[in-house]
Design a protein around this ligand. Structure first.
Ligand code: C2E
Ligand code: CA
Ligand code: CA
Ligand code: CA
Length: 275
């Protein structure tokens, strides 16, 4: 079942061939996935620890593949980034997330993940502006989540793009904070509204004193820099208590709510959490 492409030599590299073929098959199927309506957004709530209320939802893309079933974004986003398909997919995510923010999720904020490849696209800022105009959603209700990979290659240009986005009025979050390299300097050089602490620190917080120390430090940094601090991957009430005690602003994770389609949107916080 080779498709006769110019890279069929990969078939002869043991072990690698399967993976390459798999990626190429996904890439090919992705060409029609958008127009076939196979993508869908799930939404996961984010809770403010001071008020015990849901203050925002993160849009997380899902691919309902006709043969494979649900394909994880962890699997297909890297393929879409390598092929450039992330640009039209990212436009879909923007438009769809804002459509839902004007129809179904009408008061909470909406967070949208932006790939470094999408961020570097020449039309990105215009795409954001147009999506806001079309949807009528106030820019202040929108947050774009970027990772430090977005800032690494050309930081002068990244700063210029972020500045234009801030002028439009959208909020910017630094996602997966702590897992990359020179994160600390990014915090003072770029106009972030929010820092999302990577879930690896949160999951280790009770077992690993270093992880807890990092959480405490990021919370303090966030306060000093006037940025909201969100803990990702909160799965149990002990972690939630620990984060609340440390003054973390918000929490996100399976404990508070699973990512869900809009038909099953998590509208309130479970009782054992809000008590
Ligand atoms: P992310 O932006 O760090 O999103 C958080 C991921 O953690 C999501 O995985 C979410 O389902 C998962 N998660 C949330 N709470 C918990 C928890 O308590 N425990 C554990 N173990 N996991 C939790 P998901 O939806 O599979 O997305 C994976 C990644 O794919 C995202 O990581 C993001 O980098 C990317 N992604 C998802 N949707 C989009 C999108 O629309 N555009 C782009 N460019 N990337 C996206
Ligand atoms: Ca994210
Ligand atoms: Ca994250
Ligand atoms: Ca991540």
């Amino acid at each position: 079942a080779k498709n006769g492409g110019r890279h069929t030599y990969c078939v002869f590299q043991p072990g690698m061939g399967d993976e390459v073929r798999q990626r190429r098959a996904l890439e090919k199927d992705m060409n029609t996935a958008l127009s076939a309506g196979e993508f869908e957004l799930f939404f996961q709530p984010r809770m403010c620890l001071a008020s015990a209320r849901i203050v925002s939802y993160e849009a997380l893309i899902r691919w309902n593949h006709p043969e494979r079933g649900l394909v994880s974004p962890a699997e297909f986003i890297p393929v879409a980034e390598a092929s450039g398909q992330i640009v039209p997919i990212g436009k879909y995510v923007l438009a769809e997330a804002l459509r839902i923010a004007s129809s179904t999720i009408t008061t909470a904020s909406i967070s949208i993940n932006v790939s470094p490849v999408q961020f570097r696209d020449r039309d990105f800022v215009d795409d954001v502006r147009r999506a806001i105009e079309t949807s009528g959603v106030p820019a202040g209700r929108i947050e774009l989540e970027i990772t430090e990979n977005t800032l690494i290659e050309d930081d002068a240009r990244a700063l210029a793009v972020l500045t234009r986005l801030k002028e439009i009025g959208v909020n910017i979050a630094l996602d997966d904070f702590g897992v990359g390299y020179s994160s600390l300097s990014y915090l003072s050089r770029f106009p972030f509204d929010c820092i999302k602490i990577d879930r690896s620190f949160v999951s280790e917080a009770q077992r690993n004193y270093g992880s807890l120390a990092i959480i405490e430090t990021v919370v303090r940094l966030g306060k000093a820099l006037k940025m909201r601090v969100v803990a990702e991957g909160v799965e149990d009430t002990e972690k939630l208590c620990l984060l609340a005690q440390r003054g973390c602003h918000e929490a996100q994770g399976y404990l508070i709510g699973m990512p869900a389609p809009t038909s099953k949107l998590v509208r309130s916080i479970p009782e054992e959490v809000s008590e």
